[in-house]
Design a protein around this ligand. Structure first.
Ligand code: BES
Ligand code: ZN
Length: 864
């Protein structure tokens, strides 16, 4: 397993003390934002000891006492190790091997940091309200109560909350008793949780309303119906119905698919106005950012609706994959996130087959994985991590997207029924326990009889993925694998020679007869069967790219032009061509040339891929003297479709058409189509008489902002501030990042750090301006000038910084990489070290790419 470069001191707890049960009582003060707590932890000691070390961060511990049998003993000394985030209790007398009770009294702060026990602010009729909630994954339960905060230290939790009589409290389980308490408070005791990890505990206190429903009981047999409730702050429950419906269907699907019933009687989903990530899978009490849970019948777009379905399906998959069976340590985080990222599509596809979400999977998640893992500075799926900053850093697209891609590849290889049986075997065998990656492979081996460990070893153990090259000759064809790099510099410097075991499906011709053949490629080179070869990696089912020889590519091109190829395959071919152009395997003009064969294309996911490729090259040559020629070429691609679809939806459109409209209109406007710009402005001006349809709002706002000035900027800011539906607010916020005037973009950047923007939304606003080519240099300057503030507000771990810094990689001049390296040599960016390395690699790659291809592109454009 690869070690991270800076090996930090291990911060793991000693293994000889094991928690069994926490009896935890907390009393939050929602006016002063503090809490007091006490807990009894039932522990078991493997040997005598005089110190007990457990996790604790920013908590003030008043006392700690160990009780064994009848005798109690207070810790004579309580010290803290800030680096390790622990508290150490030292006792005068030895604590004996065996069972003991550890009683701790403590107090802490309900912070604004979006982690640990934190507060969220919202308004109702102009009145400011607060709620208190928790976010413990990965390592922040220790900010709410002293605990053994590692995923393998599973225990049972008995939670009691003392809260104002007017409030509601939600936790992982249902209340078993509610009693009055002094000062208009009440004490709510919750039922014992299943045996579980600390990071899955949750409590949420506030004034809520909810909608509810039940899963269907299959006739005659278990599982029993599960009560499902979706909570919102007051006045929003009408936006919770869609998520409720998806949640019910998801639980029904997983009950059946995993063949293990959801083990709790109730499942709650809660919308939280301030939330760092999209959602969190706390067992039985799943928390969400509002835009990932709420759907408004009038204002929500289809794409947001799909996002809600995907997020709900993702978090509910975790109820089995992650909560019931949990990784032993964060090294195997991908087991949670890669799997949930696969299941979210499987489940959504089951509920909404008409959405064809696997196409979206290929165009989004799969693409992200291919892009990130093409960098020398990517990392293996399984990676050694210690410190919380390192742990937070691996909640990235390798764990999520590459994880899901290799799972999908394996499912295809084993066959879907065998795959499902393997999962059932694994989940049943390890329920309420912890696992490593190989435990999953063992279950698949058991049900399939195939050597899955060996098959998967390099997919999880090594960085990167292969590109296979096809050489066809009269005497016989062959296929060769090597690691793919998106940077020509990285491929030149590469010394590693990983060989992957690659399941490959390909089209083989014998004369005119066509066959789909399977092979498992295990060597550097292998022969292919057939007189000639067609599409390789049919359905894009394996995680790789393909490089065809000229003859084969020409044949494929004809198939595409004639509309004879499946959509997933058409997508793969153009995507790989653009990627090869970036990596220097072919010239950019080869990819641009090939894009012209897609003129009759009608599928959104393919146009989206073409747009990505075309925009990337535009980013390189934007200030060259042939920029206008390039715009003309781009318009020739997007214009016909943009004018054909127009802004007005026709009845009965499928989601590809709905998304395609947004895409081609915004592309056409981006490359300067005046008619479309005018039309969008008209729709916007007329919005009071004719409300803009939800599905075209983002494209209309975007075009208006890109072509607007001060007046529009002010208007979007006002709309941003007065909007209560978060999804719509996000659209206005994005518009603020799209202006062309430096002065306005600078205002957006300052605004992003102001109190009018929730800190959860700051990174996307800043990175939005950074991704805007007119805002690029100015954002980088802004970041440098404001680094101290950014670090203070957003540098407390988590993903803020890395999300904020990712657009650095879109710079195209290596001077910028040198400048950034200098800056970050003096200024730390905790938890973003790898993101920075990736950005430098991207900049150097862009720089080399422009130099290599610029003149060729110019020549190609002038011959068009
Ligand atoms: N377990 C994560 C939430 C999380 C992320 C906790 C990072 C701690 C650090 C959750 O299951 C998740 O993956 N959420 C995704 C949504 C999903 C649909 C990709 C998210 O928040 O982006
Ligand atoms: Zn997840």
């Amino acid at each position: 397993m690869q070690k991270t470069k800076k090996i930090k001191k291990s911060v793991r707890l000693a293994p000889h003390i094991k928690p069994k049960r926490y009896t935890l009582t907390l009393k939050p003060d929602l006016e002063n934002f503090t809490f007091i707590g006490k807990e009894i932890i039932d522990i078991n000691l493997d040997k005598d000891t005089i110190t007990i070390t457990l996790h604790s961060k920013d908590i003030d511990i008043g006392s700690a006492q160990v009780v064994q049998g009848k005798s109690g003993e207070y810790a004579s000394k309580i010290t803290y190790d800030e680096k390790a985030e622990t508290a150490i209790f030292t006792f005068k007398k030895k604590i004996k091997k065996g069972n003991a009770k550890l009683e701790i009294a403590f107090k802490g702060i309900i912070s604004e940091s979006l982690r640990g026990f934190y507060r969220s602010r919202y308004e109702i009729n102009g009145e400011t309200k607060h709620l208190a909630t928790t976010q413990f994954e990965a390592t922040d339960a220790r900010r709410a109560f002293p605990c053994f905060d590692e995923p393998a230290h599973k225990a049972i939790f008995d939670v009691s909350l003392i809260i104002p009589g007017s409030h509601t409290a939600i936790s992982n389980t249902m209340p078993t008793s509610v009693k009055e308490h002094e000062g208009a408070y009440k004490v709510i005791e919750f039922a014992s949780t299943p045996r579980m990890s600390t990071y899955l505990l949750a409590f949420i206190i506030g004034e809520f309303e909810y909608v509810e429903g039940w899963t269907k009981q299959k006739s005659g047999s278990a599982p029993a119906p599960v009560q499902i409730r979706v909570f919102t702050t007051k006045g929003k429950k009408h936006q919770a119905k869609f998520a409720l419906d998806v949640a019910i269907k998801s639980i029904e699907f997983y009950n059946e698919y995993f063949d293990i019933p959801y083990p709790l009687p109730v499942l709650d989903l809660i919308a939280i106005p301030d939330f760092e990530s999209g959602a969190m899978e706390n067992w039985g009490a799943v928390t969400f950012r509002e835009s990932a849970l709420l759907v408004d019948n009038e204002k929500s777009s289809l794409s947001n609706k799909q996002w809600v379905a995907i997020v709900v399906a993702h978090e509910l998959a975790h109820q089995w994959f992650g909560n019931l069976v949990t990784m032993e340590w964060w090294t195997d985080l991908w087991l949670n996130e890669g799997f949930a990222s696969y299941m979210e599509y499987l489940c959504t596809d089951y509920i909404f087959p008409e959405w064809k979400v696997w196409g979206l999977y290929l165009s989004e998640k799969f693409a992200i994985a291919l892009r990130l893992d093409a960098l020398a500075n990517s990392h293996p799926i399984e990676i050694h991590v210690n410190h919380p900053n390192e742990i937070n850093e691996i909640f990235d697209s390798i764990s999520y997207a590459k994880g899901s891609a290799i799972i999908r590849q394996l499912a295809g290889f084993l066959g879907h029924d065998t795959f499902r049986d393997g999962l059932r075997h694994y989940l049943k065998k390890h329920s309420y326990k912890n696992t490593k990656t190989v435990d999953l492979w063992d279950s698949f081996e058991k049900v399939s009889g195939k050597n899955v460990r060996q098959l998967m070893q390099n997919w999880t153990g090594k960085t990167g993925y292969p590109i296979v090259s096809i050489d066809t000759h009269k005497k016989g064809s062959k296929i060769t694998q090597e690691r793919f790099f998106s940077s020509r510099i990285s491929s030149k410097n590469n010394k590693e020679k990983t060989l992957w075991q690659i399941p490959i499906q390909y089209e083989s011709f014998n004369g005119k007869e066509k066959d789909n053949l399977h092979m498992l490629m295990t060597k550097k080179s292998s022969p292919l069967i057939g007189t000639s070869i067609g599409k390789v990696n049919i359905g894009e089912s394996s995680f790789m790219r393909v490089r065809y020889d000229k003859i084969t590519l020409t044949r494929l091109k004809i198939e595409i032009e004639k509309g004879q190829m499946s959509v997933h395959d058409r997508l793969g071919i153009i995507r790989d061509l653009f990627a090869m152009a970036e990596g220097g395997y072919i010239s950019a003009t080869d990819a641009l040339d090939f894009s012209l064969s897609y003129k009759n294309e009608t599928e959104y996911i393919i146009w989206s891929e073409i747009a990505t490729g075309v925009n990337k090259i535009y980013n390189l040559i934007r200030e060259e003297n042939f920029e206008n020629l390039y715009k003309k070429y781009s318009l020739s691609l997007f214009n016909p479709m943009a004018h054909m679809l127009g802004f007005k939806a026709k009845t009965g459109e499928n989601n590809s058409q709905v998304f395609l409209r947004n895409l081609v209109l915004s592309q056409a406007a981006h490359y300067g189509d005046k008619e479309i710009i005018r039309e969008a402005q008209k729709i916007f001006t007329d919005r009071k008489n004719n409300p803009i349809k939800s599905d075209i709002r983002s494209v209309v706002y975007g075009i208006v902002a890109k072509n607007g000035g001060e007046k529009e900027w002010k208007l979007f800011k006002e709309l941003y501030e007065s909007e209560s539906l978060h999804e719509e607010k996000d659209r206005y916020g994005r518009a603020l990042t799209l202006f062309k005037q430096g002065k306005l973009l600078s205002k957006t950047l300052s605004y992003a750090l102001s109190k009018n923007v929730r800190s959860q939304d700051t990174p996307s606003m800043v990175s939005g301006v950074w991704q805007n080519s007119y805002g690029r240099d100015l954002t980088w300057k802004f970041i440098k000038n404001n680094w101290k503030i950014i670090l203070k507000d957003y540098g407390h771990g988590g993903h803020f910084l890395s999300r904020l810094l990712a657009p650095l990689g879109s710079h195209t001049d290596k001077k910028d990489a040198i400048d950034a390296k200098k800056f970050f040599a003096k200024n730390s960016a905790p938890g973003s070290e790898r993101t920075l390395e990736q950005s430098y690699e991207r900049i150097y790659s862009n720089d080399a790419w422009v130099k290599a291809d610029k003149m060729k592109i110019k020549k190609w454009l002038s011959n068009l």
